[in-house]
Ligand binder design. Structure first.
Ligand code: GLC
Ligand code: CA
Length: 568
């Protein structure tokens, strides 16, 4: 694997609307991010990805862009953005933007032109097709519910394609003019000083152009739009072209949001000659999913989490570095989702942090994860803002769930779980804003907040700092960044164990994912505790001990051990 500057970094995702509001309008903004750069630096963050800040009508929270060259006034100005880039650079933090180019907003000038003249040049920027006697061209369902086809206003039998909301028309990547417009825009931002991009929903840019029906997968007679991906060949041709024309000249950092890809294409994605630098590892997040919708999802155990992660490392680690997450702005909070009830404590949260950050790959934190923010309990559907959640709620109700049952589903799965404002302090609204926040803060903000954890030596936040610092610790950097990951005792229930085998040093990672203590025979003698979630001490030297062959782990104990015969 070719070495890259970002391999030993830790990345952090900011959801700008909910991070820090600097002017009291209840919406997080760029000045708020600037205020918190020192906090991120102190945590050890080297890369920050900011969810979309472009001009947008916010139908899908900025993932519907109406001008790729403008900052939305809710977030600030282009001068604020330039200042953010300069301030981040001073602190050696790379800023990564969100690149949403599968679709734009229906308010984008391109779409407005297409509406005026569907047969003109801008009509060809989108997928506009004839229907079947006034009905949609085919039976695909959009990600957010309903048909992917929306009638083109003013025409009898013309429809445009939108895999997401109807206000997010899909861009026609088959059109070379459109592709050039996008590459030009990417180069413009890179030239400004952005270090790279996270590529939104990128697998969808290649369509099955036959636009045919597939067998229905729900009572509504439709099939998931993603069904077509199995028949859409050639997405990597587009991606390679984009890499060559837009990213390579600036040596940009790129990370793909990629679902439904074919494992045999891993090399094409993140190999040395691949079209991206990295992709997110969503394997654990896909567990338990049902084509029927959220109401039919199964609860995931820590053992299933472990197996999914091990499997994707087995496929990818010789090829490239995927990014490890436990949550993001589309997923529920990791600690609420993966930890058993008895483990939803600070100790359990440290264990999950430890597993995630000691796993081979680029650690990618989501705002609030470092302090253990949790899911929220939704008591009424009126508390929900997210378009995806509103649809899934309806799907659950249509299937016969009571209001209460449907709300329970939403409380577990809603994207708004992760979108509540960041909990900075015990001031009103968690210190996020001096006004009224656009989405209410989680009620537990007095217990779970950054200022308290900064002061407390044994806090989750400080545990994250130690984990992050290990990645650049001269003694452990090589093994943690590049050491091969191998499972240990994978057949044991409620247990996650693995080796990281570096050139000189071998680490053994043990996580007792249950309330009960357990004794364990160690396969190799160990001589040093590098990290322990049951003790506030972290310095390796202080914890050296005579080589031991067995060990007793407390409930939810997490240990990083250094193996005896490694000569580090
Ligand atoms: C991605 C984003 C999600 C958005 C969707 C459409 O999955 O992460 O938030 O709704 O794409 O842009
Ligand atoms: Ca604001």
């Amino acid at each position: 694997m070719r070495k890259r500057w970002w391999h030993n970094k830790t990345a952090y995702q900011i959801y700008p609307k909910s991070f820090k509001d600097s002017n009291g309008d209840g919406i997080g903004d760029l000045r708020g991010i600037i205020e918190k750069l020192d906090y991120l630096k102190d945590l050890g963050i080297g890369i920050v990805w900011i969810s979309p800040i472009y001009q947008s009508p916010f139908v899908d929270q900025g993932y519907d862009i109406s001008d790729y060259y403008a900052i939305d006034p809710a977030f600030g100005t282009m001068e604020d953005m330039e200042e953010l880039l300069a301030q981040a650079k001073k602190r050696d933090i790379a800023i990564v933007m969100d690149l949403v180019v599968n679709h734009c907003s229906d308010q984008h000038a391109w779409f407005q032109e297409a509406l005026k003249d569907p047969f003109g040049p801008y009509g060809d920027y989108f997928y506009i097709r004839e229907g079947k006697n006034g009905n949609p061209p085919c039976n695909w369902r959009s990600y957010f519910g309903g048909s992917v086809w929306e009638p083109l206003p003013g025409y009898d039998n013309l429809f445009y394609l939108h895999l997401f909301a109807k206000e997010q028309p899909d861009l026609n990547w088959e059109n070379p003019k459109l592709r050039q417009e996008i590459y030009r825009m990417i180069r413009w931002w890179l030239k400004k000083g952005v270090s790279g991009f996270r590529l939104d929903a990128i697998i969808n840019i290649k369509k099955d152009l036959r636009f045919q029906d597939f067998p229905a997968d729900r009572e509504d007679g439709m099939c998931a739009g993603t069904t077509m991906l199995a028949y859409a060949d050639g997405v990597t041709d587009f991606l390679m072209e984009m890499h060559k024309e837009a990213f390579a000249p600036y040596d940009a950092f790129t990370i793909g949001e990629l679902f439904d890809f074919r494992p045999e294409e891993m090399e094409r994605y993140i190999g040395d000659q691949g079209c991206f630098e990295s992709i997110f590892d969503f394997a654990p997040h896909l567990l338990g999913a049902s084509e029927n919708g959220w109401y039919d999802r199964k609860k995931v155990t820590m053992d299933e989490f472990r197996d999914a992660v091990f499997e994707s490392k087995a496929i990818s680690q010789e090829i490239g570095m995927m990014a490890n997450i436990i949550e993001n702005h589309d997923e529920p909070r990791g600690v609420s989702r993966y930890l058993p009830k008895s483990g939803q404590t600070e100790r359990g949260k440290k264990l999950l942090a430890g597993i995630s950050l000691m796993t081979f790959g680029l650690p990618f934190l989501y705002q609030g994860q470092e302090i253990g923010m949790t899911n929220k309990e939704f008591r009424s559907i009126r508390e929900v803002d997210d378009i995806n959640t509103l649809d899934e709620y309806q799907v659950a109700r249509d299937h016969g769930l009571t209001e209460e049952e449907a709300l329970r589903v939403i409380s577990q799965m809603s994207r708004d779980n992760a979108r509540t404002p960041m909990q900075w302090s015990d001031e009103a609204h968690g210190g996020f804003t001096e006004g009224i926040p656009w989405l209410p803060v989680n009620e537990n903000y007095q217990q779970i907040r950054a200022d308290e954890q900064q002061k407390r030596e044994d806090s989750l936040l400080n545990f994250y700092k130690k984990l992050i610092a290990l990645r650049t610790n001269p003694k452990y950097e090589e093994v943690i960044v590049y050491g091969k990951q191998e499972p240990l005792n994978q057949a044991l229930d409620n247990f996650t164990g693995f080796y990281r085998k570096g050139k000189e040093t071998t680490l053994l990672i043990l996580a007792n994912t249950q309330e009960e203590p357990r004794s364990l025979k160690l396969p190799v003698p160990v001589r040093r505790i590098v990290l322990d979630n049951c003790s506030a001490v972290s310095s390796a030297e202080e914890h050296a001990f005579d080589s031991v062959n067995s060990i007793t782990l407390e409930g939810y104990q997490f240990l990083v051990l250094e193996v005896e015969d490694s000569n580090g």
